[in-house]
Design a binder for this molecule. Structure first.
Ligand SMILES: Cc1cc2nc3c(=O)[nH]c(=O)nc-3n(C[C@H](O)[C@H](O)[C@H](O)COP(=O)(O)OP(=O)(O)OC[C@H]3O[C@@H](n4cnc5c(N)ncnc54)[C@H](O)[C@@H]3O)c2cc1C
Length: 562
């Protein structure tokens, strides 16, 4: 295959020459660096590369070319090379009026480079990062696993999603294709049971369970620690951060997760508002790194192990696992987040994973190329999902029950949605029925204003309508409000609540109504519902656990909570 191209375009031929030389010195062994100094010559060269099927990795375009603005050029060049990452070349100008601010908000560029650049600090470090992201999107490369399954099969969807969440490189072939049939035959299988997961060493699993998948990727599913300092329940951003800090500060830490780490954030393809990542960061990547970091500090990470109950006796808390095992701890951090609210349409529930997705399933978004898809919801998650889908789908329709987006969505997202031609917003509209036997084919939409129903063809439906806190497993002694855990000043201490706070001192800020049991992240009443705030809670709560342990307080005799 031809070497991938780094393509530079600037109307100043000196800038093009300097960039070509600088990039060539560092990346010239693996990439061909090309450049042009006019928009017309640039588009013609890129057209030629597209005709020869030569891949372009980066399009580096000056924002201010006289013949064509940089974002306009990027849009046309991206049509020719849709997998290339789009980089805008801008002046050093840290004002809100810088063209990159608007281009990023409207999704017209992926990254930027400032002029003039410093070689090591700016150019090489940043371009290496852009290329790493580009390389991730390429299908070729080492595969740890190969999945053979059905495009619309629920089990196949769940398996691909789990492998994506674990960051494992894997390939996928449909069972009905010729290569798929061949692969199955080579392993003595007929495709009657799908999905099939083939490890690089030939080890093959048919319809693998969650436990088998996690074991195959090297994750731990058994808890062999019966006593520790702190149990963290839930491995989303809050729980992972708590595990990082607790373990790094010398507390013996067990982290229990119902499925795999990442939480809701692990499903988010791009988080643009997490501090320190000006071009955004994939939620999956962020949480994968946090999980690895917690493990590196010595936290005992256990997957596929939901906590099923909690009992407190004196100073000791005992977490009951679904497996029947128990783990006792001096403190417990509840970081179980929220679960998506359901649409409650039985046909659509039956098609979950087969065209209907709760949340934005990272591995599926790109599969929507050229299709007509629908997003239900009016919050930021729904907006982000619609924008991400619009890069691949032919048409994205947002279905909103209310009469506006402003009440529930950030302004920058609303602006971006309005500026995206293939996103339509249908207000006062509900999904009342789904159609399709083994995969979603159509939806019935109800226009609430006109009281009219209409059936529309649909390749996929993404549901992002908020969620319910995951607190059903907690004992009655943990005070809840609308299902969320009350902490700190919100804990009711005046006797008006059936479960009493038993100590003279006030609860610590993230402490629940049970001394020594803390809550962090989305599961907490009045939490902010952002990755950064969940991370903040996770870091803060460990400081409070130290305070609790130092005080050595135990519950008064007779105070038993189950
Ligand atoms: C699609 C999407 C896009 C988003 N985009 C953004 C964004 O751009 N910016 C932003 O700031 N925020 C965003 N959010 C919100 C953000 O992801 C959440 O606020 C954040 O993940 C909350 O973290 P958490 O750790 O509190 O809970 P969660 O992420 O919900 O994690 C909770 C974890 O606990 C586990 N769990 C539940 N019950 C149990 C049990 N009994 N035992 C063991 N484990 C259990 C769950 O499996 C889960 O892994 C987005 C959310 C979604 C869904």
């Amino acid at each position: 295959m031809a070497q991938p191209v780094l393509f530079v375009i600037d109307d100043d031929a000196g800038v093009v020459r300097a960039l070509r030389d600088d990039l060539g010195r560092r990346f010239g062994r693996d990439f061909r660096v090309m450049g042009e100094s006019s928009a017309a010559a640039g588009l013609s060269a890129l057209r030629g590369l597209a005709e020869l099927h030569e891949p372009v990795a980066l399009l580096i375009v000056d924002h201010d070319m006289p013949q064509m603005p940089g974002v306009g050029f990027l849009a046309r060049a991206h049509e020719l090379h849709p997998l290339a990452k789009r980089v805008l070349l801008v002046e050093r100008d840290y004002s809100a009026g810088s063209p990159i601010v608007r281009a990023m908000t409207l999704g017209q560029a992926d990254y930027h480079i400032t002029k003039p650049w410093m070689l090591e600090q700016d150019l090489y470090r940043e371009v290496s990062g852009f290329l790493a992201e580009w390389a991730k999107d390429q299908e070729a490369g080492f595969e740890l696993f190969h999945v053979v399954g059905g495009l619309q099969d629920r089990g196949t969807h769940e398996l691909r999603e789990l492998l994506t969440r674990f960051g494992e490189p894997f390939g996928f072939t449909t069972a009905s294709s010729e290569p798929g049939r061949q692969l199955l035959a080579e392993h003595g299988l007929d495709g009657s049971r799908l999905p099939v997961m083939i490890r690089h060493d030939g080890y093959t699993m048919v319809e693998p369970t969650l436990d088998q998948i996690i074991s195959a990727v090297g994750g731990s599913i058994a808890n062999d620690v019966s006593e520790c300092d702190v149990v963290v329940v839930g491995a989303g951003p809050a729980g992972l951060t708590a595990a990082v800090y607790a373990a790094s500060e010398g507390l013996q830490t067990v982290s229990l997760e119902e499925t795999v780490s990442g939480g809701q954030a692990g499903n988010s393809p791009m988080i643009r508002n997490y501090p320190g990542f000006p071009h955004g960061v994939s939620g999956h990547e962020l949480t994968r790194r946090a999980c690895e970091q917690a493990w590196m500090f010595g936290a005992h990470m256990v997957f596929a192990q939901p906590a099923g109950g909690l009992e407190t006796r004196g100073g000791e808390h005992v977490v009951r696992l679904a497996s029947g095992h128990h783990v006792a701890a001096k403190a417990v951090i509840v970081a179980t987040g929220i679960a998506w609210r359901r649409l409650g349409v039985p046909r659509l529930e039956a098609l979950v994973g087969s065209g209907v997705f709760y949340g934005a399933a990272g591995s599926e978004l790109r599969a929507m190329e050229g299709r007509d898809v629908f997003v239900v919801g009016a919050g930021n998650s729904a907006g982000q999902t619609a924008l991400y889908l619009a890069r691949y789908a032919r048409q994205v329709t947002m279905l909103v029950r209310g009469d506006n987006l402003e009440r529930s969505m950030s302004d920058y997202l609303i602006q971006e949605i309005r500026a995206t031609p293939n996103i339509a917003v249908r207000l006062r509209t509900e999904v009342t029925e789904g159609h399709g036997s083994d995969h979603l084919e159509a939806l019935t939409l109800h226009d609430r204003l006109r009281d009219q129903a209409e059936q529309v063809p649909a390749a996929a439906l993404f549901v992002l309508i908020g969620g319910e806190p995951r607190t059903q497993w907690l004992p009655a002694a943990v005070q809840l409000q609308w299902g969320y855990v009350l902490t700190g000043r919100d804990v009711v201490r005046d006797g008006s609540h059936p479960s009493r706070w038993p100590l003279d001192r006030a609860p610590l800020p993230l402490e629940t109504s049970v001394p020594g049991v803390f809550a962090a992240g989305d599961v907490r009443y009045r939490s902010i519902k952002r990755v950064a705030s969940a991370v903040g809670d996770g870091a803060t709560v460990v400081r409070l656990v130290h305070e609790h342990l130092a005080a050595g307080q135990v519950l008064p005799a007779g105070a038993v909570t189950e």
